[in-house]
Write a protein that binds this ligand. Structure first.
Ligand SMILES: *Cc1c(COP(=O)(O)O)cnc(C)c1O
Length: 431
């Protein structure tokens, strides 16, 4: 459920009319609903809390899904932690008021400088993804005279996820280590005076719409914890990652957080371990939309009808990168028959096609359209390709709204690139 509804023939975000917002902010822009973000977090929290054996797990929101500071602050106030993958994301989480004790740091390529920052900031958990990383973290911790709290990220070799590019749990992917390797690394971490081996983690993919692969991976993690314990190791924490999918309208309805929690309870409910989760998309995706204006409707004589928008692949890259589907709605739908449109942006690449042959109501130049389910992996992946100003983000709460990332001016964009000293000054023509 979300708070983007039609009221008297127009699309609203909570109590804000999108036509009014577009007039005030200019298009294209992203808009997020606070009530929807909060609701999704609470639904996830309450689903886990419905199973007492799970013992109220930690929820570290995956910052990379939508890292806007106001989004992080909204979730942080509800008690969410942050799953981060870079120093920049750790800094964002801290700046948004999420305490370091609720921050998890994951990722295959953490640099020494980033790890040093994480240790100094006092993040709660660092996920180790390889032996060289383990050695580096131990080294950095030793030099600081402290122990780094770590978990070993296991790659359970279970494929899942909505697209090959977002499946992370198979042997061929770059993430984590095999179960056998994880056992060896766990031994090294447990024996190290510079490391505190908290437990183990996995994250097998994103946009997972079937519980079976998750259940299979979690069962393997369970066996692994039992095996480590049988070998005399202490395992306090089991981090089961994120990955739960959301409805994008063209797919079967994904399992609900309650279905997910019931499965978790069945597979690991009696394990006596502190559980942690890292949901991203399921919190943010349906809490945000991208609003864009129609520049032209261009009908080719031979039949194709192009809807040319002022949003492009640099604003929302998911269709070009993952063949992602987004429901597209008219903000003020006109009556009339649905007709097929190829929906495209102005960028000079054929890849700048959001969708082809999409059935939409009649649309004309100047109309507004909304890409639904764009709150996760949307604005965070935007760029200024084609020197298009970075797309702004707006947060709505009831009838209030705020621009939480403004659109830069062209002057500000150009000023970011100081000319090389030998190129500044007046231009002369070679003779
Ligand atoms: C991306 C990621 C997540 C979040 O995935 P979603 O599909 O958005 O829930 C969680 N954990 C890790 C380690 C990730 O890389």
């Amino acid at each position: 459920m979300n708070h983007f509804d039609l009221r008297s023939g127009e699309l609203w975000c909570e109590d804000v009319r999108l036509t009014a917002l577009a007039a005030a902010v200019g298009t294209p822009f992203y808009v997020y609903s606070s009530a929807t973000l909060e609701r999704h977090y609470r639904v996830f929290r309450e689903a886990l809390d419905a199973f007492p054996r799970l013992g109220s797990p930690r929820i570290a929101y995956a910052v990379k899904a939508n890292s806007n500071l106001s989004v992080l602050a909204t979730l942080g106030r509800l008690g969410a932690g942050a799953d981060t993958v870079s120093e920049g994301e750790i800094r964002r989480a801290l700046a948004a008021g999420i305490p370091a004790e609720r921050v998890v740091y994951s990722g295959v390529g953490k640099t020494a400088a980033e790890l040093a920052f994480a240790l100094d900031a006092g993040v709660d958990q660092i996920n180790i993804e390889s032996e060289p990383e383990l050695t580096l973290i131990a080294d950095l911790a030793r030099r600081r005279g402290r122990r780094a709290a770590v978990v070993i990220r296991v790659n359970p070799d279970v494929g899942a996820g909505g697209h090959a590019k977002i499946s992370t749990g198979t042997r061929e992917s770059k993430f984590g280590v095999s179960l056998a390797e994880a056992e060896r690394l766990y031994g090294l971490a447990a024996a190290s005076p510079d490391l505190k081996a908290l437990g183990v983690a996995c994250h097998i993919g994103s946009q997972i719409t079937d519980l079976a692969p998750l259940a299979r991976a979690f069962a393997l993690m369970r066996q692994f914890v039992e095996r480590l314990r049988a070998g005399g190791r202490t395992v306090d924490r089991l981090d089961l990652g994120g990955g739960l999918g959301v409805p994008y309208f063209n797919q079967p309805d994904p399992p609900t957080p309650l279905d997910f929690a019931a499965m978790v309870d069945e597979v690991v409910g009696d394990l006596d371990v502190d559980l942690a989760f890292e949901p991203g998309r399921v919190i943010a995706a349906n809490a945000g939309i991208l609003v864009s204006r129609v520049i032209h409707v261009h009908e080719r004589p031979e039949g194709r009808r192009f809807l040319v928008l002022d949003a492009a692949m640099n604003d929302l890259i998911r269709p070009a990168m993952y063949d992602a589907y987004h429901d597209i709605r008219a903000v003020s739908p006109r009556t009339g028959a649905l007709t097929p449109y190829d929906v495209v942006g102005p960028v000079c690449e054929t890849g700048d096609t959001f969708t082809r042959d999409r059935l939409l109501p009649p649309l004309a130049s100047g109309d507004l359209v909304a890409f639904m389910s764009a709150g996760a992996y949307g604005a965070v992946m935007s760029s200024e390709y084609n020197t298009r100003p970075l797309i702004p983000e707006v947060l709505v709460r009831g009838e209030d709204w705020a621009v939480v990332r403004p659109r830069p001016s062209y002057e500000a964009m150009l000023a970011r690139e100081p000319p090389a000293p030998w190129l500044s000054g007046s231009v002369t023509t070679a003779t």
